[in-house]
Design a protein around this ligand. Structure first.
Ligand SMILES: Nc1ncnc2c1ncn2[C@@H]1O[C@H](COP(=O)(O)OP(=O)(O)OP(=O)(O)O)[C@@H](O)[C@H]1O
Ligand SMILES: [Mg+2]
Length: 361
């Protein structure tokens, strides 16, 4: 899968710009704050329907403008696609692919697959469980739109439950019927979420283990660490929550459930978060991210487009070489402030970015 062109209008610091890409390596370089990440963000936005860093679509519209447009042409083995997304300051965004309106964001994800990799991803292993859940959620929902629906349902019920727990605590209650209603909804969505997460991590583990072996010769193992152990049914999940009503009211917090899930990453049999050196932690994170792309390929039969934001300078020579070899025949976008660390080939296209203007050199 590759992207042949991107057209931006009033997007971040781009006024009007059309860029034609190489189907292989695209190096986007320039000084800080010139608009390099903005290009990756526009691509990610079209692929995922949301920005990887902004909280609202409005942030992406150029200051003082009412709307922004992202035009994108991309291709897979079977078809050519021409996409257009318009972000509106006053309302919802509209999306078209080959002139057909895409009504649901979950439908958009069927078209362009990307994997974004930024320096924060290298903290996947040593960072907090929230980081790791975000990684899992973003990877799973990209391929399984129903998963996102389950997550949203779960989160809504959780917010309601948490505010009810506070109220019950204030009133000095030890159990409540409405609490059971939320627990039922949490159990129903929760078991589905757990099933998706388990299956994803089992596949990811196989790819990541091979990658780590090739980079450093080490044994990597990634496994699901659910807060509620075992492969429980919705009834068992519910019963567990119900049995903990008193405790959760006392703590005024929902302490059981998928909001506390994690993944365990071991290198040579020891937990990398606790015992790994910085290098081992980073290699494991790199392996997990590359494995995400391999996993997408195994499901979609198309290798996703890779977006590497400022990542090259963060890797040592060995890891850089491995990555370069791995992406040799794939489309990749690499941002950097200088091009010293990039091995150019005939297929590499370089773009110099300055003040929201891209110049192909
Ligand atoms: N809504 C917006 N309208 C206009 N300009 C914006 C908007 N949002 C951000 N910018 C500008 O975009 C620029 C930042 O772009 P970007 O994040 O792509 O930089 P970068 O080249 O990746 O820099 P770095 O090397 O520091 O990561 C800044 O100059 C910022 O002022
Ligand atoms: Mg940047």
């Amino acid at each position: 899968m590759y992207i042949s062109s991107l057209t931006l209008q009033s997007f971040r610091n781009y006024d009007k710009e059309r860029i034609e890409f190489s189907p292989r390596t695209n190096v986007i370089f320039g000084d800080n704050a010139q608009g390099k990440t903005n290009i990756l963000e526009a691509i990610y936005m079209f692929a995922q329907g949301k920005s990887h860093r902004a909280h609202t679509d409005k942030e992406l519209i150029a200051f003082g403008k009412h709307f922004a447009k992202i035009g994108i042409e991309f291709h897979d083995a079977d078809r050519d696609y021409s996409g257009l997304m318009q972000l509106n300051r006053g309302g919802k965004k509209s999306i078209k692919i080959n002139h057909v309106q895409i009504k649901k964001l979950s439908m958009l994800m069927n078209y362009l697959n990307v994997v974004m990799f930024s320096p924060e991803d290298l903290d996947l292993v040593k960072g907090s469980p929230t980081n790791r859940r975000r990684f899992i959620d973003s990877a799973v929902s990209q391929l399984n739109p129903p998963y996102l629906v389950n997550l949203i349902d779960y989160h809504k019920a959780l917010v309601q439950k948490n505010s009810l727990l506070k109220e019950l605590r204030r009133k000095g209650r030890q159990s409540d019927m409405t609490l059971s209603v939320w627990n039922e909804q949490l159990a129903e969505a929760g078991v589905k979420i757990m099933k998706y997460r388990r299956e994803f991590l089992e596949s990811l583990n196989l790819f990541a283990a091979d990658i780590q072996k090739e980079i450093s010769g080490e044994e990597l193992k990634i496994s699901y660490a659910p807060n509620i152990h075992g492969e429980v049914t919705a009834d068992e999940f519910y019963n567990l929550l119900e049995a903990n009503q008193k405790r959760e009211i006392e703590l005024t917090s929902a302490v059981l459930g998928v909001q506390r899930d994690d993944m365990t990453i071991t290198v040579n049999g020891r937990e990398a978060r606790v015992y790994g050196s910085q290098g081992q932690q980073r290699t494991a994170a790199l392996s997990a991210k590359i494995a995400q792309a391999d996993y997408i390929e195994s499901i979609k039969d198309e290798y996703p487009v890779l977006l590497l934001d400022d990542i090259m300078s963060e890797l040592d020579v060995r890891r850089r070489l491995y990555l370069a070899e791995k992406i040799r025949d794939k489309q990749v976008f690499i941002t950097c402030t200088d091009t010293d660390l990039i091995d150019s080939t005939d297929d590499t296209r370089l773009f110099h970015i300055e003040g929201g203007k891209a110049e192909c050199i």
